[in-house]
Ligand binder design. Structure first.
Ligand code: 13P
Length: 379
């Protein structure tokens, strides 16, 4: 189990209730963004992920989890510019799925994703080739989590695989086996892959193997590679990694009657103890529909948890960890950077455009279109 439980550091302090960094956007910046949005309203749509801070969410025309934002990008073809308030892989996906005449802008180009960086395309190509020495790769379905580069999405598309998100991973895994694939090679989030395979598909842990890309053959013997139904790339989310197996018990002891709800990027032992598990939109919907007086300890990004807390004073909502777990790269999108790209657009300058190469776009679109179709059919 050491593969699964990677660290356990647990101070038993009181939970953090407020954002660590105060949102201090000046009124001038806010009113300039509103004015520019109005001026450019026929040309610009602003999409925002749920992890964005409140002072960005207020400007988003649509908010969503990563699946919903990808779907919006594939449908909202009437505006020339999509300003994506999220992280790099989400903006790449929007570029792949949007229409030819549209351009995608990421307000801060440093808004990346550390999990996505844990799988480089060359590493994936090498692992695939190496694996072919022991396994018939025509029977392996490569599936990549949305949190990955366009090049890896393209690799999956070209090899009969697809893309998944936290809201549809189960349907995607089921689809892969229904196609006759014998194995799934899943990049880069080991936790989402393991949680889906074990808790939702009932695949025994002996058939779910961690593929450690830093070791030859992933650190697995030929027999282990052959026997595995699910191979998991060794990657994780640095934010969800903070939620520890000791946290649910501590929260339940501190707040009797509290329910634990976590994102499936949390580690196996945390998910095992959760009352509810789901994507960011699932978490929001569950709280929105819960009766007054409900109590929640939520294991996901801090800004979203704090927003839910403010929106639902009739419920008790706290973060599952006793400290703020925030996504530093999502936080890079600031009102100032949003204003900056809008001001450039007004001057006719497209700043911070995200453009996927035509070669990656071709197969990445195949993979993403497959995902949209599988999810639509499964709904
Ligand atoms: P969702 O698809 O649930 O919004 O998750 C996105 C993400 O990157 C979580 O870390």
């Amino acid at each position: 189990m050491t593969d699964i439980l990677e660290l356990d550091v647990m101070p038993s302090a009181e939970p953090v209730e407020e954002a660590l960094v105060a949102e201090t956007t000046s009124e001038e910046v806010v009113s300039r963004i509103h004015a520019l949005k109005e001026e450019l309203r026929d040309r610009v749509v602003i999409l925002g992920h749920h992890y964005q801070r409140d002072d960005i969410v207020q400007f988003a025309d649509r908010t969503g989890d990563s699946f919903e934002l990808a779907r919006y990008a594939s449908e909202l073809h009437d505006r020339e510019f999509i300003i994506f308030c999220g992280v790099h892989f989400m903006a790449e996906t929007a570029d792949i799925l949007s229409a030819k005449h549209q351009k995608v802008i990421l307000p801060d180009l440093k808004a990346g994703c550390s999990m996505s960086d844990m799988a480089r395309a060359e590493q994936v190509f090498d692992a695939w080739e190496e694996m072919a020495e022991h396994v018939d790769t025509s029977k392996v379905c490569p599936v990549t989590y949305m949190n990955s580069s366009a090049a890896i999405k393209a690799f999956c598309g070209e090899h009969g695989g697809t893309v998944s998100t936290s809201s549809n991973n189960r349907s995607i895994f089921e689809w892969a086996f229904a196609q006759g694939f014998e194995k799934i090679f899943f990049f880069p989030d080991q936790h989402l892959g393991r949680n889906t395979a074990y808790y939702q598909l009932g695949i025994p842990l002996e058939e779910i193997r961690l593929y450690d890309q830093t070791k030859p053959f992933g650190g697995l013997t030929p027999e282990e590679l052959q026997k595995a139904k699910i191979l998991l790339w060794r990657g994780h989310c640095s934010v969800h990694q903070h939620f520890q197996p000791s946290h649910p018990g501590i929260m339940r002891a501190l707040y009797p009657g509290i329910q634990v709800m976590v994102h499936p990027e949390c580690m196996f032992e945390v998910v095992k103890q959760a009352d509810k598990v789901g994507s960011t939109s699932f978490i929001i919907k569950t709280v929105d529909q819960a009766p007054s007086g409900s109590k929640w300890a939520i294991g996901t990004e801090h800004h979203m948890v704090n927003r839910l807390k403010k929106q639902h004073p009739e419920q008790f909502i706290t973060t599952l960890a006793p400290y703020a777990c925030e996504c530093a790269t999502m936080f890079r999108i600031s009102p100032e950077s949003l204003l900056d790209v809008l001001e450039h657009l007004k001057l006719g300058i497209i700043k911070n455009r995200i453009e996927v190469s035509d070669s990656d776009k071709k197969w990445a679109k195949v993979a993403l279109d497959r995902m949209l179709e599988i999810t639509r059919k499964a709904a």
